[in-house]
Design a protein around this ligand. Structure first.
Ligand SMILES: [Zn+2]
Ligand SMILES: [Zn+2]
Length: 385
């Protein structure tokens, strides 16, 4: 489903100021509030869309990113990040509407924030992917590789809070719990609603001075070298997972993982099919006719191969056990050698003489064969010309 433009959702100009945005939001909330549309199953979805547009366009940084890059500019934000900083509960009360939490219980809060624990957004860090080119030899023998990845990591000085050592104080609004609890009595029931504290964004702390190392971002960019062990016999596109080497998690959550995808480089001599490898060897016309024993370059060094007498071009010879090691198994695949017979060129006079003599003998032999064949005379005459 394509996401609608936030300005279009709220029905406002791209240069609308905050007061205009709030007015537009108010009239839409009055119109589309699920309480006012009890028959409409899509009312909650529509209200969430309106809320999201409002949350983004009333936040200076998020609006700047959205204006510059559209929805893609906010891809790094979780749902909780998007809604952070807006207290919909108090907005709704201000509009005289029942607020969402009361109307729909905790499920709507869960669906908006994903979690209701203090520290709200504790999502695992993003996974990283790295494509690594490997050679056929790397796969045949196994190999150790060093790669360098670019990633962010939690700032060492502020440990991700973004605050200077004396620039972090406990939030006075939520007393450091990160959440605000509302209670309301309705008949015999007491409804309890837990909202993320909008002042500290659920962290329980307020930053009064930015960390000088990360400029308040809580993360710094770094290049990191990582050792990769290539196992013997792995397939193309094999994925090696390196736990914990992805992007750091938020608010102390676990980091993501690094996935290294192995990409087999093309080899000048060999083609890989499963555990088997294929190569082509050129032999002379004489070798093809007489047979020979030759050395063929293999993955593990020269392989001695018997060329059978009278071999034809494109004949494939199988050499067992000279292919790739089987992944996680005993044994190896096979080496297949495609024979290519090369017609001789740049012949000397003597070589030509010998070949003409050879040709004469071949033709005589053929004539003799035809004469003794059970076919009629016409056939033999035709062959002789
Ligand atoms: Zn707070
Ligand atoms: Zn820092």
């Amino acid at each position: 489903m394509t996401k609608r433009d936030y300005y279009e959702i709220l029905g406002i100009d791209r240069n609308a100021d905050e007061a205009t945005i709030k007015r537009a939001y108010r009239s839409l909330a009055m119109k589309y509030h699920p309480d006012r549309n009890p028959e409409d199953k899509h009312a909650i979805e529509r209200m969430k869309e309106i809320n999201e547009a409002y949350a983004v366009l009333t936040d200076r940084e998020k609006r700047r990113l959205y204006d510059a890059y559209g929805h893609a500019g906010l891809e790094g934000y979780t749902t909780a990040d998007i809604y952070r900083g807006v207290d919909f509960g108090s907005l709704f009360r201000e509009f005289g509407l029942r607020d969402f939490g009361f109307s729909f219980g905790d499920s709507i809060l869960d669906s908006i924030f994903g979690t209701r624990k203090p520290g709200w957004d504790r999502s695992k860090g993003a996974d990283l992917r790295y494509d690594l080119e490997v050679s056929l030899e790397d796969i045949a023998f196994g190999a150790n590789k060093q790669i360098e990845i670019q990633r962010t990591r939690t700032c060492n000085l502020c440990l991700g809070s973004g605050a200077s050592p004396r620039g972090l104080i406990v939030c006075d609004r939520c007393k450091g719990t990160g959440q605000i609890v509302f209670e309301r009595r309705s008949g015999y029931s007491i409804f309890r609603q837990i909202n993320m504290c909008s002042k500290c964004h659920g962290t329980g702390n307020i930053v009064t001075e930015n960390c000088s190392v990360c400029q308040g971002k809580g993360i710094i960019h770094e290049n990191k070298e990582i050792q990769i062990r290539i196992p013997r016999g792995v397939d193309n596109n094999y994925v090696i997972k390196i736990s914990g080497e992805g992007e750091p998690g938020r608010n102390g959550a676990a980091p993501g993982d690094l996935y290294v995808v192995l990409k087999l480089k093309e080899h000048p001599n060999f083609e890989r099919i499963g555990d088997d490898i294929y190569t082509t060897v050129e032999i002379s016309f004489a070798q093809a006719a007489l047979g020979d024993r030759i050395d063929v370059p293999g993955l593990y060094g020269p392989v001695s191969v018997d060329i059978p007498e009278g071999v034809q071009t494109d004949t494939v010879l199988q050499i067992p056990g000279q292919g790739l090691p089987r992944f996680n198994k005993e044994g190896k695949g096979d080496l297949y050698i495609r024979v290519k017979v090369v017609t001789p060129q740049d012949l000397s006079q003597r070589e030509k003489e010998l070949l003409r003599e050879f040709d004469k003998l071949q033709k005589e032999k053929q004539t003799k064969r035809v004469k003794t064949s059970p076919f009629n005379d016409a056939t033999s005459r035709a062959t002789r010309t």
